[in-house]
Write a protein that binds this ligand. Sequence first.
Ligand code: COA
Ligand code: AMP
Length: 628
Amino acid sequence: MSAGTGAYDESYRRSLDDPDGFWLEAAAAISWTRPPTRAIDASGDPIFRWFPDGELNTAYNALDRHVEAGDGERTALIYDSPVTGTGRTYSYAQLRDEVATFAGALASLGVGKGDRVVVYMPMVPEAVVAMLACARVGAIHSVVFGGFAPRELAARIEDAGPKVIVAASCGIEPTRIVEYKPIIDEALTIASHRPEHTVVLQRPQARADLGDNDLDWTELVANARPVDPVPVAATEPLYILYTSGTTGRPKGVVRDNGGHAVALAWTMRNVYDIGPGDVWWTASDVGWVVGHSYIVYAPLLVGATTVLYEGKPVGTPDAGAFWRVISEHGTKALFTAPTAIRAIKKVDPDAAELAKYPMDTFRTLFLAGERLDPETYHWAHEHLDVPVVDHWWQTETGWPIAANPRGLEPLPTKPGSATVPMPGWNVQILDAGGKELLPHEEGAIAIKLPLPPGALPTLWGDDQRYIDSYLKEYDGYYLTGDGGYIDDDGYIFVMGRTDDVINVAGHRLSTGSIEAVVAANPAVAECAVIGVHDALKGQLPRAFVVLKAGATVTDDVLRDELVAAVRREIGPVAAFRDVSVVDALPKTRSGKILRRTMRGIADGRDEPVPSTIEDPAVLDALRPVLRG
Ligand code: COA
Ligand code: AMP
């Protein structure tokens, strides 16, 4: 595989031929309380660990280290919140002090090494403080995205077993204030696990009523004393982040401390070309992996300035919202999802708003989270006049599997490709039997073990589920769940998921869990939920429902019931609105619903009729509905 000729090729080869040498060298960018002497630990194969004898504190690396190096006055975080009309700036010294004090507050509640803390907060600086405070005391945070319903929050509380929940009283959406406390209270009636306390940051937009075990953030902090960072083994978990799998039960992706810090620091310099003092903005949410890695940890680990933006790409106040932020803060690079660019393009197709803002500091647009369609790529490239870099990764991997390493060696871009594999990612395309395919042959994208540092070592409390979900299909490989191919230059083209995971506005969801909610309606005999192409959000869930004999409900009433149920059980983020009542669903002779074939037809592809189909007439009857 050869894409470039210089630094990239050399780094990539070395990372595979001499992983110990490559990653120990990268580990020098991190301050260790006990430097590692070994990189990979294969003793638990297929569960691999990184830097087994290293010891560090991630929050120390993100904050104290820069203060001690004399950079305490440098800006660490810029909070820009058009939805509240406020903003704040934190220097490294200020953020370190706030984190140390909140860490003291957590310690006063008995939170220490290995304890879990669920963080349920919108895009406010205190969310970053809470995450780093957990890291400071060696606790494990689990951040839950605000757009999920109580049941989803409950599933995460149940699995993580937090000692404490840290929350805000509300989040702010364009159409409404989302009160968090009632969602937590309801989640706690569903989960059997009982956290000892909920700490609530009161926001003026909606103050929460506090119960017996609830504590006011401000009061707690007023009485807290700052604490020092606690060294932890590199292999200890830093956080758990739940993500959608093919079943309704979310998977608790575990991230360790050492491998994570090393890998993220490497990417900031080599992939994103960001270093100390550079202003970097990731427009995502702290509830997603992109937010964990590139709003919070990576920029701070390398001493950059991170922008925390509470708002949407458009309507806050207009389609120039993103360009204002870039211009006002002297941003060097923006990382967001293609859907955000599509949202701007939709209301401002000629990018008229862009002309209002000088963008002279802006160098690169990074996009990930879903497929980057060529139209969005060309629009962004034409109007922003900077390289538009598509890169591919997953919650599980924590950092890009494939990217264009702008800092290491900028490579030519190819629309439709996430460019080349990053060091440590031995990407292969496999056929159904596990044979490695040749260039241009499409198949399952898999990664030869071991995965590099920073990738998930396992799922929380469930090594077997990790093995069953990712490693069982192909011996010696991690299954990404994406399909695609590699071209003659080694460029990776990701064509989409091969399982039931869909991507709605860059948010990862499981059609299986939506299907379970739809199927629970008493009028529904059977159903299939598939992700169909959407011009704005990339994909949207669509349900096809067969009614029980004798069901009297009208289509409209059923639709309203199902939409309300999905919103209640999964959350508004599912953006579920589309229900079609049909006579029958196409199946194989063994009774499996042909979801993949349905998806292909709905997306306008020339989908072959599978030879295993039970009754081709059912599919023929469904075709116009799917295409409609
Ligand atoms: N808390 C509560 N509700 C939330 C929420 C949150 N944090 N985030 C979204 N929602 C709600 C929205 O209010 C909306 O509710 P509604 O049905 O009542 O209108 C619903 O969930 C769907 O939200 P979303 O998909 O975000 O649609 P949108 O129309 O509000 O915005 C985009 C569309 C494209 C502008 C927006 O999704 C976006 O900026 N996406 C970027 C994606 C991203 O950051 N991905 C992370 C990977 S990089
Ligand atoms: P998440 O875990 O939410 O980050 O979602 C990961 C999934 O998003 C991947 O498995 C892909 O299906 C999709 N994805 C992420 N980045 C890209 C990209 N650059 N191109 C195509 N698909 C992507």
